[in-house]
Design a protein. Structure first.
Length: 291
């Protein structure tokens, strides 16, 4: 991997994203893929996915169960499934390794392989090149984007979900573990869209509300023609500014599009919103990126 140049960093500040091909080796990608296979092989389906639907009340308990499962996943390794892959008893209708949508949100803290990648010397060096003084890791996710059923991700800004005061303190690292193409659902960006702030926030709902989170504000209608696709080869890294608008399309191909992604916050002079769904816990305060 070549060192990142000042020119590339300027490009990142201008566009709100930066593509770094071959940042990780094929071996590093394969080690993450085989580790996730082991994790999936040992996976138990969470209880809230197993309750048979019957009364509306049980449905509400089910929804509450899944929202609690999500809200308390910040310091755990948990499983989230594609739609329609489990029957009403929580049994898999398709092989379980093809049913998982993502695994999150603390792989970087509790899994040795993902921890090593997140804190690898080249990631730390990149953080220093970007001028990060006190970066901390706030969350990580393994995203499968399954063939045929890997759903689209509508246009969004990461700061909608990970809000800071001031804005501009969140940075995503998105690692392609397989080639990401237009056919299998690569990322698309609106260059320069990271300079207009955010229009929507996902916040924790008041306790007792029917949902665990709610959205404040709305996502504007984006012009499809403004989006630029960013296909990237296995091992490539995309740096994602917290406010840049991006999306991915449905995976209509025969091949998956695995990715490992984590988010870093510059903690110096920054307040993490108490309303964010994700909160540091006594068990897992946000760890420093620098080791």
């Amino acid at each position: 991997m070549a060192s990142v140049t000042q020119h590339q960093i300027q490009k990142f500040h201008k566009d709100g994203f930066l593509v770094l091909e071959q940042f990780f080796s094929a071996e590093e990608c394969d080690s993450m893929r085989s580790q996730i296979q082991r994790i999936v092989a040992e996976m138990e389906v969470p209880p809230h996915c197993r309750t048979a639907f019957s009364t509306r009340e049980e449905e509400q308990l089910q929804a509450q169960g899944s929202s609690d499962y999500f809200l308390t996943s910040g310091d755990k390794i948990r499983f989230f499934f594609e739609k329609g892959v489990l029957d009403e008893k929580g049994n898999f209708l398709i092989p379980k390794e093809k049913s998982v949508s993502k695994i999150g949100h603390a792989l970087h803290a509790y899994d040795p392989v993902f921890k090593q990648i997140t804190h690898s010397p080249k990631v730390q060096e990149l953080g220093r090149k970007l001028g990060l003084e006190r970066p901390v890791v706030v969350q990580s996710m393994y995203i499968f984007k399954q063939p045929g059923i890997g759903g689209e991700v509508t246009p969004h800004q990461d700061a909608t979900f990970l809000h800071t005061e001031p804005l501009g303190r969140i940075l995503g690292f998105w690692i392609a573990l397989e080639d990401a193409t237009q056919e299998n659902g690569c990322l698309w960006f609106i260059p320069g869209s990271h300079t207009n702030g955010i229009t929507r926030r996902m916040v924790r709902a008041a306790s007792g509300a029917s949902t665990c989170v709610e959205f404040v504000g709305s996502e504007p209608a984006y012009d499809d023609k403004q989006f630029v696709p960013l296909p990237i080869s296995k091992g490539g890294l995309i740096l994602i500014h917290g406010e840049v608008v991006h999306k991915s399309e449905l995976n209509s191909s025969e091949s998956s599009r695995h990715a490992f992604t984590f988010h870093v916050m510059e903690a110096k002079g920054t307040t993490w919103s108490k309303e964010n769904w994700l909160q540091p816990t006594p068990e897992l305060p946000f760890p420093s990126l620098y080791t």
